[in-house]
Design a protein around this ligand. Structure first.
Ligand code: G3I
Length: 353
C-alpha cells in the first residue's frame, strides 16, 4: 500500500514536472524565437531606449497582415493622414475624430506610443479654412483654438506632437502660407504655447523635410529653434522627415542632427523612406539597405535622438509613386509585405551593430 502510494506520488510529481516543463517551453518559445534569433524592430529599438515607429494608413488597418506588422514590429505609430486638420474638422465646428481615435486605441492595445501629426501645416487644411477669409485676429484664434482642441482631446495619450510642419522654403526663409502671410512669424510661437497649455506633458516638435543635412534650409530651421529656445517658447524637439533617395543619405546628417541636439532639444527621424527609380533591382535594393542602416546609425550616434519613424512599411502603401511617377519601392517590405534587404539592415542599424 505504502509502495503504491509512493509510486503514485512519484508519478504525480513527475507529471507535474513534465507539465511545468511543457509550460515553460510554451512560454519561452515565442520570446526566444523573437528575442534571440529573430528579434523584431521594436525589441531591438527598446534595447537602446529608442522608439521605432511607422505611419499608419487608417484604411489598411482592417488587413490582418498589415495590422500584424504594424503592431509587432513598431513601438510607435503616427497617423499618416487621420490627425491632419482637413481630416478632423472637414467643416467648421464639425469634427470627425473616428480614424484618429481608432489609431490611439490600436496603439493602447499594443503598448505603442502615439506621435501626433500634425497641427499647423499649410497643406491638407480643410477647404473652409484654406478658402475662407478671416481677419488676422480671427485667424489667430482659429489656429490656437484648433491646437488647443486637438491636443486636449488626446491629453496623456499622444506623447509627441508635430506642432508646426514644413514652415520653411528651400532657401531657409519662412514659407509663405495662410498663417505666415496673415500672422507673421509669431504664428509658430503661438502654436507651441497653445499646445503646451493644452497638454503640459506632451513633447512638442517642429518638423520638416530636406533638413537632414547641413544646408540653407536646415540653417534656417536651426536659427529658428535657437531663437525660440532663447525666448522661452516651449519647443522640445525637431523632426527630420528624411524622405530620401537611394544612395543620397546626406554625408552631413550626423553632424547636422548633433548641432540641433546641442541646442538642448530632442531630435527624431520622423518620416523615413528611401525611394528609387522603379523597377527595383538587387543593386538598388542593396544600396537601399545600406542607406536605411546608415540613417539608423546616425540616430544612434546622437544621445538625444530618441527614435525613428518610417513613413509606412510596405511598398504597396507608399505615397511616393503618386507624387514621383517612376519612383517607389521606398519601404522596408515589398508590395506583398515580405521583408526586403533593407529590413535586416535597418534592424542591424537600430541595434548599433
Ligand atoms: O481621402 C481621399 C479620398 O476620399 C479620395 O477618394 C482620394 C482621391 O485621390 O484622395 C484621398 O485623400 C488622399 C489622402 O492622402 C488619403 O489617401 C489625398 O488625395 C492625398 O493627397 C493624401 O496624400 C497624403 C499627403 O501627405 C498629403 O499631403 C499622403 O497619403 C501622406 O503620405 C503624405 O504625408 C506627408 C506628411 O503628412 C508630411 N510630410 C510629407 C509626407 C509625404 O508627402
Amino acid at each position: 500500500m505504502k509502495l503504491q502510494l509512493l509510486s503514485l506520488r512519484r508519478a504525480h510529481a513527475a507529471a507535474l514536472v513534465a507539465s511545468a516543463a511543457a509550460l515553460a517551453v510554451t512560454l519561452a518559445a515565442p520570446t526566444q524565437a523573437a528575442g534571440a534569433a529573430n528579434p523584431t524592430l521594436r525589441e531591438v529599438a527598446d534595447r537602446t531606449g529608442r522608439f521605432v515607429g511607422t505611419a499608419v494608413n487608417d484604411g489598411r488597418l482592417g488587413d490582418g497582415t498589415y495590422a500584424n506588422i504594424a503592431k509587432s514590429e513598431f513601438s510607435s505609430v503616427t497617423a499618416e493622414n487621420a490627425m491632419k486638420w482637413g481630416s478632423v474638422e472637414p467643416n467648421r465646428g464639425q469634427f470627425n475624430w473616428a480614424a484618429a481615435d481608432r489609431l490611439v486605441s490600436f496603439a493602447q492595445a499594443n503598448r505603442q506610443k502615439v506621435y501626433g501629426h500634425t497641427l499647423v501645416w499649410h497643406s491638407q487644411m480643410p477647404n473652409w479654412l484654406a478658402n475662407g477669409s478671416f481677419s488676422n485676429a480671427e485667424l489667430r484664434t482659429i489656429m490656437t483654438g484648433h491646437v488647443t482642441t486637438q491636443v486636449a482631446r488626446y491629453k496623456g495619450k499622444v506623447q509627441r506632437w508635430d506642432v508646426v510642419n514644413e514652415a520653411f522654403n528651400e532657401n531657409g526663409t519662412l514659407r509663405t502660407s495662410k498663417f505666415y502671410n496673415q500672422l507673421g512669424q509669431s504664428y509658430i510661437a503661438d502654436a507651441f504655447r497653445a499646445a503646451r497649455a493644452a497638454d503640459p506633458s506632451a513633447k512638442l516638435f517642429i518638423n520638416d523635410y530636406n533638413t537632414e543635412g547641413t544646408n540653407a534650409k536646415s540653417d534656417g530651421l536651426y536659427n529658428l529653434v535657437k531663437s525660440l529656445k532663447s525666448q522661452g517658447v516651449p519647443i522640445d524637439g525637431v523632426g527630420f522627415q528624411s524622405h530620401l533617395i537611394v544612395g543620397q543619405v546626406p554625408s552631413t546628417m550626423k553632424a547636422n542632427l548633433q548641432r540641433f541636439a546641442d541646442l538642448g532639444v530632442e531630435v527624431v527621424i520622423s518620416e523615413l523612406d528611401i525611394r528609387m527609380a522603379t523597377p527595383a533591382d538587387a543593386t538598388k535594393l542593396q544600396q537601399q539597405a545600406n542607406d536605411y542602416k546608415a540613417v539608423a546609425r546616425n540616430c544612434l550616434a546622437i544621445a538625444r535622438c530618441t527614435g525613428i519613424t518610417v513613413w509606412g512599411f510596405g511598398d504597396r502603401d507608399s505615397w511616393v509613386p503618386d507624387t514621383f511617377p517612376g519612383q517607389g519601392a521606398a519601404n522596408l517590405y515589398d508590395t506583398n509585405y515580405q521583408p526586403k534587404p533593407a529590413y535586416n539592415a535597418f534592424r542591424d542599424g537600430l541595434a548599433g551593430s
